[in-house]
Ligand binder design. Structure first.
Ligand SMILES: NC(=O)C1=CN([C@@H]2O[C@H](COP(=O)(O)OP(=O)(O)OC[C@H]3O[C@@H](n4cnc5c(N)ncnc54)[C@H](OP(=O)(O)O)[C@@H]3O)[C@@H](O)[C@H]2O)C=CC1
Ligand SMILES: O=C(O)[C@@H]1CCC=N1
Length: 264
């Protein structure tokens, strides 16, 4: 089994991706090295054999696969030779080209998971350079499948779009949910009850939309055709152009992802 080194291994996304993969035996704790600058590495008590370091060069020397899991601006501070390694980057907005030039990497995978990885419910598009072997691609697929649904894509540029669409994870639905909670509280519902009600609503709606053969657009039509209270609400939201606000938000997130870090 290959040794994997995760730079930024103590961070939010690294933990969310690694815990499901460790639990499934896709990576072995004795074959995993995590780095951070501070030495903070919580959330891995169940796997005492994982190694931790603050020395990225040591991590790289001991690893066959190096996963980059730091924030985009922190990547610029890294000076590493990753030639000969399989490099997996989840860093938003940093292209293969930049990764190759900055780190001498050739075999590169870029992926865009989201924070639902901890619940094993991420949607994770990923893209690999031609030089990544079938065996390595199979490992990448299994690794990301442990924390959700891994989806290979054939155009790197689409990753910037997915960074906005699904990389944001719960953030955009949370904005919608929070508006509903605030409205409910304004209507006299106790805050705890409003939060509980809307949490349950989003879980139910999410599971239904994931499992039903009916698409979201068809669901909206079903309720509009019903001509009841929900149709009154939907019509008012459509007339207020809720879709335009969502389009603007996704476009802004996509622009920010595409801006990226041209050079490190
Ligand atoms: N969070 C999310 O929902 C998503 C994040 N991403 C991407 O994942 C990447 C990580 O994000 P996230 O986990 O949220 O960020 P966090 O800030 O939670 O984690 C980043 C970690 O990197 C460590 N770090 C920073 N610099 C170095 C360094 N030079 N050497 C070793 N470790 C370092 C930090 O620890 P310390 O300060 O101790 O060094 C920190 O624990 C980002 O590039 C982001 O774009 C992608 C999709 C979703
Ligand atoms: O908001 C961010 O920048 C990170 C990257 C993609 C999702 N979250």
């Amino acid at each position: 089994m290959r040794t994997i080194g995760v730079i930024g291994g103590g961070g939010w996304l690294a933990g969310a991706l690694l815990r499901p993969a460790l639990a499934d035996g896709i990576i072995r704790p004795e074959r995993l090295i995590l780095s951070s600058r501070s030495g903070d590495m919580s959330g891995f008590d169940a796997w005492p054999r994982i190694r931790a370091t603050t020395d990225n060069a040591e991590l790289v020397a001991a690893s066959d696969i190096v996963m980059l899991c730091v924030r985009p601006n922190d990547l610029a501070e890294l000076s590493l030779d990753l030639s000969g390694k399989l490099v997996i980057s989840v860093v938003a907005g940093v292209t293969m080209d930049v990764l190759a030039r900055s780190f001498g990497a050739r075999r590169i995978v870029r992926a865009m998971p989201n924070a639902c990885a901890e619940q094993r419910l991420s949607f994770t598009p990923w893209f690999a350079t031609d030089s990544v072997s079938d065996d390595e691609a199979h490992f990448v697929f299994r690794f990301f499948s442990a924390s959700g649904r891994a989806h290979g894509i054939t155009e790197e540029a689409q990753l910037d779009y997915f960074t906005a669409l699904t990389g944001s994870g719960p953030a955009f639905p949370a904005l919608f949910a929070d508006a509903m909670i605030r409205h409910a509280i304004g209507a006299g519902i106790a805050p705890d009850t409003a939060v509980a009600a809307v949490r349950q609503l989003f879980m139910g709606a999410g599971v239904l939309m994931a499992q039903s053969e009916t698409t979201p657009a068809e669901l909206v039509d079903v309720f509009l055709d019903y001509q009841g209270t929900t149709a009154a609400g939907l019509t008012a939201m459509i007339e207020a152009d809720v879709g335009s606000a969502i389009f603007k938000g996704l476009s802004a997130a996509r622009r920010r992802a595409a801006k990226g870090l041209a050079a490190l």
